[in-house]
Write a protein that binds this ligand. Structure first.
Ligand code: BDR
Ligand code: CA
Length: 324
């Protein structure tokens, strides 16, 4: 039976790759996509989601714009990382369908209907607002898998903070403190391992076709950012791992803990994982600390390009390409 999900996101280059993976995953029924301000503002994110839906021929999936600003902080976007438009300054056509408003209400309407999970790929503002609006309805969500936070890894927008949780730490706090929904944190500890290397990008280019060209185009800007920022060749694609983990629990491993977050000062956005049980509080989340990155990459590529399974296997199994 398919699992019903809402994908709450801020597309975003890696969000778009996550959407493409989800759309190629028969285990999922994507009930809708909600957008939140993060990489770009929520309305631009919705336009980008529509571009992905157009290229994937899935204009039937509704897109809802969610919250425009974090709970308390001023919005800081990541257009240095994802481009002015959020899609690497490419120029793709949007699906010709209406964008809806009311992302938070859409989440709550569906949680009230029951049997829905949320894969959250951006700041947690929409989820925090949903709790504030209807806590009981919110707690009817089956599960939340969130890309965000960092436990042992250093941050990616300060020494200690990961972008999604840094943008709206008060939103994260609201979710950590009030949600009763099983929560998994797919943070930088695991997503840093997921690198679309230049060799893999070349493989995608060789596979060819509309989706391959789209991926190669939107990642170009992201690759340049990674080189300039941290001398990584290729790009770290965080968000697709949250989708993959939602589908296959054996891809990552970790532990449950009490989770908290720093909401002001120099360490704003830092996730506090009470691994030593200092607070003696009930565990409110699962932290993923290990990932089988090679198996993830196989899943990611094979699902998006099923007709190229053999070529993918040749490249992934050939260590001389240095893709692992
Ligand atoms: C997260 O921040 C965003 O830039 C990415 O889309 C991802 O969700 C990684 O820290
Ligand atoms: Ca994202």
């Amino acid at each position: 039976m398919k699992k019903k999900v809402i994908i709450d996101c801020d597309p975003g280059i890696d969000d778009s790759l996550a959407l493409i993976l989800a759309l190629n995953s028969p285990e999922l029924e994507i009930v809708g996509i909600t957008t939140v301000s993060g990489n770009v503002k929520a309305d631009q994110g919705a336009k980008n989601a529509l571009k992905v839906l157009k290229i994937m021929n899935r204009e039937d999936i509704p897109v809802y714009i969610g919250e425009e600003v974090p709970l308390e902080r001023e919005l800081i976007t990541a257009q240095d990382t994802h481009g002015e438009d959020g899609l690497g300054e490419t120029n793709y056509e949007e699906a010709d369908v209406k964008i809806n408003y009311g992302g938070v209400d859409f989440i709550l309407e569906n949680s009230r209907k029951g049997d829905i999970s949320v894969i959250a790929l951006g700041p947690l503002t929409n989820l925090a607002k949903a709790i504030e609006r209807d806590e009981e309805g919110f707690n009817m969500i089956n599960e939340i898998v969130s890309m965000g936070g960092a436990f042992r890894s250093h941050g990616n927008c300060s020494q200690v903070a990961e972008f999604n949780y840094w943008v709206d730490p008060h939103g994260v706090k609201e979710v950590f403190d009030r949600s009763k929904v099983p929560f998994s944190m797919v943070g930088l500890d695991v997503t840093r391992e997921i690198i679309l290397t230049p060799n893999l990008i070349e493989l995608i280019k060789q596979i060819g076709g509309d989706i391959a060209n789209f991926i190669v185009d939107i990642t170009r800007f992201y690759v340049d950012f990674h080189w300039n920022q941290e001398r990584t060749l290729g790009c770290v694609i965080n968000d697709p791992l949250a989708v993959a983990y939602f589908i296959d629990r054996t891809l990552c491993d970790g532990f449950t803990s009490y989770l908290d977050i720093v909401t002001d000062g120099k360490a704003i956005g830092q996730t506090l994982v009470d691994v030593g049980n200092f607070y003696r509080k009930e565990h409110n989340g699962r932290i993923l600390t290990k990932v089988d990155s090679k198996r993830f990459m196989k899943m990611f590529l094979e699902r998006i390009f099923p007709e190229s399974k053999n070529d993918i296997a040749i490249v992934l199994n050939n260590s001389k390409y240095g893709v692992n």
